[in-house]
Design a protein around this ligand. Structure first.
Ligand SMILES: [Zn+2]
Length: 463
């Protein structure tokens, strides 16, 4: 591989902001300086642009089997879209089907992604069956296979763990130096509400959020934080939506526990009123779990990000075509849950967070790249602009104004939750391991360029 010089950009890291040049030799950054005079095979002038570390989306579901269908992006289309949006690494979920072992679960996801992913990728494993056999697999997964984070569910019958099993898993994962991530909703409370709505014939989309109230999340968060305290296991709540849950997280953090939170753009930028939209094809786009919320909860998520209680912005990217959503046209419980977002994350957060003066550039870089890199064992290879790190860079024009249109996005789905929104700031050029991945709105990489990342142990030094 050759050399590449990125000149005159404004380099943004979690602690610094400075004008300078970046010299890339092969796949990694070899010099960062105010002015680099060495000549390179190619020079990119980034004057007037920010240089961010490549985005890390710690929560995606490519080609995920759900309710007899699967999410509409696969590892080719979904990772192409990720790169267009400035995300150079995703961490997808390998979901255990009860009865399967964890290594064969991981292999299934390797089969989906290997030779196909365009961006770099890792896997969390969702553990749905805690028993002697699965427990005995953990050590090898952490030490040899590069899986150091394990997802657990407190909702969904096919996936949820009873609290005893969760505690057992947490003790084991702590012992290995890993981290537990959790879908934090009280499944029993939700199941009862769904049954009640079905009995009463309340089956239109507007009832979906009423069956998954924010209290189901805060209740589960309370329980989870207690288990984190009892076991000492590092614990991370995925896709948080509720102010109540964020408060429990904050309290647990104040006790000194290694507890962390993630939220997603849909919980910052969208309103629950959409569930009552008369057009099913619009309302069904918002069917995801947990649901989008009212302003009081959205404010809680912003506050969490600003205060550092919530450290990661991921997407839970899990798109379905409108035709797939129509499976539940008469019954919201049959609508596949999930929404697209992997391509929108950086531009949305910049435009509505940084440009609006709600968060600063350092927070932007932390929640989109540095913090997920640390928590999921990718730092400092990923998530930072530093000598020796992978040359994963986003050249971002903060002044370009554009409008989000589904037809100009690259995700394989026929709607965009932010359609027509005016965005200030645009991903212009994206580098992955020193290769130009995105330029002039085109993806220049081919399937299989993405590497599987064997992740290390989490690093909890998050400021
Ligand atoms: Zn998810």
């Amino acid at each position: 591989m050759g050399t590449l010089l990125v000149k005159n950009g404004t380099i943004v890291t979690e602690n610094e902001l400075f004008n300078g040049d970046i010299f890339i030799d092969g796949e990694t950054i070899s010099i960062i300086d105010k002015e680099i005079k060495v000549s390179a095979d190619r020079t990119i002038d980034a004057l007037g642009n920010y240089i961010f570390p490549g985005g890390i989306d710690a929560h995606t579901h490519m080609e995920l089997p759900v309710m007899g269908t699967h999410s509409s992006d696969d590892f080719i289309t979904g990772t192409t879209a990720a790169l267009h949006g400035g995300t150079t690494t995703i961490i997808d979920f390998a979901n255990q089907v009860r009865g399967d072992d964890l290594h064969s679960t991981l292999q299934k996801w390797h089969d989906k992604a290997g030779n196909r992913s365009l961006c770099d990728y890792g896997f969390h494993i969702s553990v749905t069956d805690v028993n002697e056999d699965t427990i005995s697999e953990l050590k090898n997964l952490v030490e040899k296979e590069g899986v150091t984070s394990f997802k657990t569910f407190l909702a969904y019958d096919a996936m949820k763990l009873d609290l005893g099993s969760l505690e057992r898993l947490m003790i084991e994962v702590k012992g290995l130096g890993g981290i537990i991530t959790t879908h934090t909703e009280n499944g029993k409370m939700i199941d009862a509400l769904i049954s009640k709505h079905i009995q009463e014939g309340k089956l239109s989309t507007k009832y979906h959020p009423l069956t998954r109230p924010n209290t189901a999340e805060s209740d589960a968060a309370y329980t989870l934080m207690k288990l984190a305290e009892k076991t000492g296991c590092p614990t991370y709540m995925v896709h948080m939506t509720s102010t109540g849950a964020a408060n429990y997280l904050k309290r647990a953090k104040e006790k000194g526990l290694n507890v962390f939170g993630e939220t997603c753009p849909q919980y910052l930028f969208l309103d629950e009123k959409m569930y009552a939209h008369q057009d099913f094809d619009i309302a069904s786009q918002y069917i995801m779990s947990p649901p989008v919320r009212a302003l009081s909860d959205r404010d809680g998520m912003w506050k969490g990000i600003k205060e550092g209680t919530i450290q990661v912005l991921a997407t839970d990217h899990c798109p379905f075509m409108l035709e797939q959503k129509r499976a539940g046209i008469d019954d919201f419980t049959k609508i596949p849950n999930g929404a697209p977002g992997v391509e929108d994350r950086l531009e949305l957060l910049y435009s509505e967070g940084v440009d609006q003066g709600i968060i600063g550039l350092q927070t932007f870089v932390k929640v989109t790249a540095t913090n997920p890199a640390k928590l999921f064992g990718l730092y400092p290879k990923k998530g930072v602009i530093a000598v020796g790190s992978d040359a994963d860079l986003v050249i971002f024009d903060p002044n370009e104004v554009h409008q989000i249109k589904c037809e100009s996005r690259n995700m394989r789905v026929d709607y965009n939750l932010y359609e027509d929104r005016i965005i200030k700031g645009k991903v212009k050029t994206v580098l992955l391991r020193g290769k130009v991945a995105i330029e002039n709105n085109e993806c220049l990489l081919t399937p299989g360029f993405g590497n599987y990342l064997k992740r290390g142990l989490p690093d909890f030094s998050i400021s």
